[in-house]
Design a binder for this molecule. Structure first.
Ligand SMILES: Cc1ncc(COP(=O)(O)O)c(C=O)c1O
Length: 412
């Protein structure tokens, strides 16, 4: 007789953690919280304990867990058809692409799945555009990127990361990238050569700790790209789709890039959906067979993505992020000098540098989790706050109160 397997449901929190560490590769170091259910801005662990989710899947859950409109779109589509491949048309992709392009003020969409795939696609499009439209000699294309960037984890993308832990042991790397300091428009302009095809930037560097560039930087980058005949690719995978209080973070600086890279919240936290959104002149450099994805543009993803676009068209979430963002900033600013060295915010998104004399960012996250608030450290001393945009004002206060208590406790 074989012993029946215990169901997942009967495992304790620590058993789940041990099982996960035993059965998966160790490419993450999760906080010791085992989530079993979630709704809105709240998650519940396997022991029934509730936590305020102030990470929101790194902004993939901008609309919260289980948004009824997105769940309805997903359920309806699950019963109809989920995957066709792009070998055939499906009745969901066209309407989704049309409305996403309109939301972005662009003309065309190239659907993919993960953020990294959108970035890879953007790089391929820019190179081909450089050769076919700009006339750059074959295999000479250069793309200018910023130090401190985070664009994903593929071999090509880590090739231009400046984070040693993202690169170590993964060479040889893809050539064709020039790194300049983030926030320095003169350095960027000076790096553009006749072989430069694109500048690829995050309008706010999320993983670096919500690093907001100086006012006027994005506009100066836009101008430099226009002057040099170079594509400005804005990676809005994390900053886009409402997080900053605008549909796109570029909007806050009055800037329109040539290409948007979108992901995360585009899938409503339900399925991975990403997209490259641009003009026909740019995306038409791709021809059948030159690029693709089995899952990109599948009807389930398109139905959910379309519902996400519908939510954003109301403007309600952007407005909420802007309003709650002011509350978050005001409350966090009061902590500067009280265990916090610096705070950077953009909408409902904050990078908080914890005083190293008190604790590391990781320790702050662990102590916040013990108080029922989930956040994630970015680099060393920085913690990042990005609650779902549906969070209640009282819960924004609750998160900041918990942080103040954690810091106050350590200072005693
Ligand atoms: C700006 C940016 N680009 C790209 C990515 C990669 O997205 P994914 O993890 O879906 O590949 C991320 C992920 O954090 C990101 O923040």
């Amino acid at each position: 007789m074989t012993t029946p397997r215990r169901t997942d449901r009967s495992l304790s929190s620590s058993e789940h953690a041990t099982l996960t560490e035993t059965a998966t590769a160790h490419n993450y170091a999760p906080l010791p919280v085992v989530v079993a259910e979630a709704r809105g801005a709240w998650v519940t662990d396997v022991d029934g304990r509730r936590y305020l989710d102030c990470l929101a899947g790194y902004s993939a859950l901008n609309f919260g867990h289980g948004h009824p409109v997105l769940l309805r779109a997903a359920r309806e589509q699950l019963e109809r058809v989920t995957l066709t491949s792009r070998a055939f048309y499906n009745d969901r992709l066209g309407p989704f692409a049309r409305d996403l392009a309109a939301l972005a003020g662009m003309e065309r969409v190239l659907p993919m799945n993960t953020g990294a795939e959108a970035v890879e696609t953007g790089i391929k499009v820019a190179r081909r555009w450089g050769y076919r439209v700009k006339g750059v000699p074959a295999d000479r294309a250069q793309i200018v990127v910023a130090a401190g960037n985070f664009h994903g984890r593929t071999t090509t993308i880590v090739s231009f990361s400046t984070d040693a832990s993202a690169r170590e042991g993964f060479g040889p790397f893809t050539p064709g990238f020039t790194v300049v300091p983030y926030g320095d428009a003169d350095a960027l302009r000076a790096a553009l050569t006749p072989e430069t095809v694109a500048v690829l930037l995050e309008p706010v560097q999320g993983e670096a700790g919500v690093v907001v560039p100086p006012p006027g930087y994005l506009a100066a980058v836009r101008q430099a790209c226009t002057d040099a005949g170079v594509l400005f690719i804005a990676d809005e995978v994390q900053s886009g789709l409402g997080r900053t209080g605008a549909t796109f973070a570029c909007e806050l600086e009055g800037v329109v890039p040539d290409v948007y890279l979108l992901g995360k919240a585009l899938g409503g936290g339900i399925v991975p959906v990403s997209a490259v959104v641009s003009t026909s002149a740019v995306l038409d450099v791709l021809t059948p067979g030159s690029h693709g994805s089995t899952f990109g543009g599948n009807p389930l993803a398109a139905a959910i993505g379309h519902a996400v676009v519908g939510l954003l068209e109301t403007g309600e979430y952007q407005e909420r992020a802007a309003k709650l963002g002011v509350q978050l900033r005001d409350r966090l600013d009061d902590l500067v000098g009280h265990g916090v060295q610096a705070v950077r915010t953009r909408g409902l998104w904050a990078g908080i540098d914890v005083d190293p004399a008190l604790m590391t960012g990781r320790a702050a996250c662990e102590r916040l989790a013990a108080r029922g608030v989930l956040v994630k450290d970015a680099h060393g001393q920085t913690i990042r706050l990005s609650p779902p945009l549906v969070v209640e004002p009282a819960d924004v206060d609750r998160a900041v109160d918990a942080l103040a208590a954690v810091l106050g406790e350590a200072a005693r």
